[in-house]
Design a protein around this ligand. Structure first.
Ligand SMILES: [Mg+2]
Length: 141
């Protein structure tokens, strides 16, 4: 599994990376513009991401705008259905409006509230059929 983490906060990014790097090959970027660029480059290399963990609150291009651009690029490239990258939005805020917007307008697959918890992340990945074998969340075997 190939994973992209887009998170502007250094500490959060390190924590998320520590959790996620056990699950697959993992790249990190620090804003939405870099996320979109990394997404495009991965397709150009023929090795697209399976999962993007996308922070909502980032400077310049935020997570929701990045998500819109990523879904737009997929449409332009004719990428549909199962080929579409799974996107989990990350938010530190208890902000239902932005979460709802991310879900219904941006095409997010799930969201997680920070700090990211290993078991919650695994449970979401399992729902998205992205959990590698041997990583079942506690109580879900
Ligand atoms: Mg942030």
């Amino acid at each position: 599994m190939k994973i992209l983490i887009a998170e502007d906060d250094d500490i959060s990014r390190k924590i998320i990376r520590t959790i996620v790097s056990r699950l697959g090959a993992c790249d990190t970027v620090v804003d939405g513009a870099e996320a979109v660029e990394a997404f495009e480059l991965a397709w150009e290399d023929g090795q697209p991401y399976d999962l993007i963990l996308l922070d909502i609150m980032m400077p310049d291009v935020d997570g929701q705008e990045a998500l819109k651009q990523i879904r737009q690029i997929e449409r332009q490239m004719g990428i549909r259905g199962k080929q579409e990258v799974k996107v989990i939005m990350l938010t530190a805020l208890d902000d239902p409006r932005s979460v709802v917007e991310a879900y219904y307008r941006g095409g997010a697959n799930a969201y997680l509230v920070k700090p990211i918890d290993t078991e919650k992340l695994k449970a979401e990945l399992k729902k998205l059929n992205l959990l590698p074998a041997g990583h079942e969340p506690q109580g879900m075997k």
